[in-house]
Design a protein around this ligand. Structure first.
Ligand SMILES: [Zn+2]
Ligand SMILES: [Zn+2]
Ligand SMILES: [Zn+2]
Length: 133
């Protein structure tokens, strides 16, 4: 349970996450909050992001570099992401083929309650056209 006095911080983190473009790290979000005059600490930002992810209000994933990233997603429920590693632009995907494959593999090996995380990283069209990498 979060003490009540932390509620404004959770709201600040939630609001700035909603405005962020694509997936952001705690450090990036912390910088945005500091730039807008907040005195919030990095550990508090991280804790609130983790808590938003826990309650399903934010999506979280690990970048290929192993960094935890967060996003306030438009899509409710299970979905996948296609993320530009240069600008962070994110598409939400449903991946029927992955869901079917999961079911099939589970049935084959007698497993149930299988969970999976599939997020794709690449370079978006705009970044490629701009010669970014
Ligand atoms: Zn998402
Ligand atoms: Zn891009
Ligand atoms: Zn899936």
């Amino acid at each position: 349970m979060q003490p009540k006095r932390n509620t404004w911080q959770r709201e600040a983190v939630r609001a700035s996450l909603a405005e962020a473009h694509g997936f952001v790290s705690a450090q990036q979000l912390h910088q945005v909050l500091r730039d807008s005059g907040s005195t919030i600490g990095l550990a508090t930002v991280y804790r609130n992001l983790a808590s938003l992810a826990d309650t399903g209000e934010a999506d979280s994933l690990q970048s290929p570099e192993g960094e935890n990233l967060f996003r306030s997603c438009a899509t409710q429920g299970h979905h996948h992401h296609l993320i530009c590693r240069s600008c962070g632009d994110t598409k939400e995907l449903s991946a029927t083929v992955v869901e079917e494959w999961t079911q099939r593999v589970g049935a084959e090996y007698g497993f149930t309650e299988i969970e999976h995380v599939v997020d794709l990283f690449g370079l978006c069209e705009r970044c490629r056209a701009a010669g970014r990498e």
